[in-house]
Design a binder for this molecule. Structure first.
Ligand code: PMP
Ligand code: GLN
Length: 383
């Protein structure tokens, strides 16, 4: 194994899902829904498989999907992209993140990201032999998470190549505010840095609003927006993602993507195009369903004795374990199946500064109501 991949063991998601399978615990660890996405989309996939969409699609993605992505960006975010050259279909957001970093970073370039961060960020930065520069999100007095603007300013150096931003943010559930985004945009412009925005939870915002960084002054031509059908349409196993941005940046990602996967799954592409064109009611209904689930789980965790942070977006809620006698999230999560029959994920594994997240754990609430009710009942001792 190469030196730069040695620090990366089995992902926490694999470890915790295996623990859930072994113990029969309710799995609120790995984030994936336990229901299928919209019927129109599933039907379109079936029709595509039976209708001959089973050979290599075009490298950047089928035209119908690239057009649907561009239409979606215009409809929801007022951003214009040319489906020919400014939109690239990828094997999930994960490949979009890797291809972007590999295509834009020289060895030794620095990538600023907010920690805790989604685990593939650190690995993709390492594969590029680039250097990650975390800026820490800390629980604030307001029940959410915030970063220190001075820490962000100080993270920019002459070697900074990218800022990697994830809002709505996994694992904290934070939705970055307009003022925070304005500062990030201003610093990107000032230091001539490219922003890579992981917006996979763009439609899952319960408090505040999703504001794409690409819409801030000076950002359209230095930002790559990444998203994925997996989250918005509950099909994480399809691995259809995309990246939109100026042609010179998108083509850098495509240069790499063509040698990572060449193309990705043919029949799912027309189906995701159908899903992206669903009426607003779908997106609204999905969000409201998840809002109710967020409330159920947050209330239940509070009853069980957790200090629950506000989940403004995503399908995750984080909580501090101190009130339950917990001092270390990893130990706590390894013991939780035995103690309560539930699996969660320790947030500290997403930090370089492990102490900042030592007592935080993450629960996924993208589960059927009866599953959440069962988890809450187990965590509160049947109360
Ligand atoms: N980014 C974030 C923040 C995520 O939570 C996820 C899903 N776990 C991904 C990227 C990966 O998305 P995909 O499954 O489409 O590769
Ligand atoms: N994005 C999901 C999570 O954060 C799952 C990611 C994965 O399994 N790699 O839980």
């Amino acid at each position: 194994l190469v030196e730069r991949m040695r620090p990366f063991g089995t992902t926490i998601f694999a470890e915790m899902s295996a623990l859930a399978a072994r113990t029969g615990a309710v799995n609120l660890g790995q984030g994936f829904p336990d229901t299928d996405g919209p019927a129109e989309m599933l039907e379109a996939a079936r029709a595509a498989i039976l209708g001959g969409h089973n050979q290599y699609p075009p490298g950047p993605g089928i035209p119908a999907l690239r057009s649907a992505i561009a239409d979606h960006q215009r409809r929801f975010w007022g951003l214009e992209y040319d489906p020919d050259g400014e939109v690239l279909v990828t094997a999930g957001a994960t490949e979009a993140i890797a291809a972007t970093i590999l295509g834009l970073c020289e060895a030794g370039d620095e990538v600023i990201c907010f920690e805790p961060y989604y685990d593939s960020y650190a690995a993709s930065v390492a594969l590029a032999a680039a250097v990650r520069r975390p800026v820490t999100l800390r629980p604030d007095a307001d029940g959410g998470y915030a970063f220190d603007p001075e820490e962000l300013r100080a993270a920019f150096t002459p070697r900074t190549r990218l800022v990697l931003l994830n809002s709505p943010h996994n694992p904290t559930g934070k939705v970055f505010t307009r003022a925070e985004l304005a500062l990030i945009a201003q610093l990107c412009v000032e230091h001539d840095v490219v922003a890579v925005c992981d917006e996979v939870y763009e439609h899952l915002v319960f408090d505040g609003e999703h504001l794409p960084l690409a819409g801030f002054p000076g950002m359209r031509d230095r930002t790559l927006q990444i998203s994925s059908a997996g989250k918005t349409f509950s099909c994480t196993g399809w691995k259809v993602g995309w990246v939109c941005g100026p042609a010179r940046l998108v083509s850098a990602a495509l240069r790499v993507k063509q040698f990572l996967t060449f193309v990705n799954a043919g029949p799912f592409q027309p189906a995701v195009a159908v899903a992206l064109a669903l009426p607003d009611a779908y997106f609204h209904g999905f969000r409201e369903e998840l809002r109710a689930k967020r409330d159920t789980l947050s209330d239940g965790l509070r009853k069980a004795g957790f200090d629950v942070r506000r989940a403004e977006g995503t399908y995750f809620v984080t909580a501090d374990i101190t009130g339950l006698g917990g001092v270390d999230g990893v130990e706590f999560c390894r013991a939780l199946p035995e103690r309560s029959g539930v699996v969660a994920v320790p947030t500290q594994v997403f930090y370089d500064d492990v102490d900042a997240g030592r007592r935080l754990v993450r629960f996924a609430f993208c589960k059927r109501p009866e599953v959440l009710a069962e988890a809450v009942s187990r965590l509160t001792g049947g109360a």
